[in-house]
Ligand binder design. Structure first.
Ligand code: SF4
Length: 173
């Protein structure tokens, strides 16, 4: 781990879903490429937004925004259960863009539910985001990943499931 590596939007998302997942990613233990869920997300993106000529937008090599249109930041998601994490990830992009002189808002797209949500970086949301950033920074300093006492529902769709729970018999409902 390089302590000067920037925090990404994905780290913010992971932290709010599972700090252990965030730690593993911060320390470059990546398994996401093999995940069926990641593949599902990719297919959702490609099928739903093919007509948008969607292109991932890279900002300074560490912010990967799904796409922008007319100056608005768009993120495409396919799970309902992590909405706060999605909102905060998008807020982080808006915050980082504002640091670079770009003031805009964002839209979360949930194509599987045919739903969208507008996200503004309000002072309240930014204050919440700053707390999360500090917590992610503190997590990064920990020498070992935080323990999770037992498998959670989200572990079933996590790329680290085998790593975390290969000795466990069954994931709880
Ligand atoms: S498998 Fe579960 S405990 Fe392990 S990183 Fe993923 S969400 Fe966290």
């Amino acid at each position: 781990m390089n302590p000067s590596d920037p925090i990404t939007g994905t780290h913010i998302h992971y932290f709010l879903v599972c700090p252990r997942k965030c730690w593993l990613s911060l320390h470059h233990l990546h398994q996401e490429a093999d995940s069926d869920l990641v593949e599902l997300g990719r297919l959702t993106h490609e099928r739903t937004f093919a007509r948008q000529q969607m292109r991932e937008v890279d900002v300074d090599g560490f912010l990967r925004i799904d796409f922008t249109s007319e100056g608005i930041v768009h993120e495409i998601k396919h799970g309902q259960s992590e909405e706060q994490a999605h909102r905060m990830q998008l807020a982080y992009y808006l915050y980082q863009l504002r640091l670079r002189g770009v003031q805009t808002h964002g839209v979360l797209h949930y194509p599987n539910q045919r739903r969208k949500e507008r996200v503004e970086l309000t002072p309240e949301l930014e204050a919440e985001l700053q707390q999360v950033i500090q917590q992610v920074e503190a997590l990064r300093q920990q020498p070992l990943p935080p323990q999770v006492p037992r498998p959670m529902r989200i572990c079933r769709s996590c790329a680290y499931e085998e790593f975390c729970w290969s000795d466990d018999e069954e994931v709880e409902q």
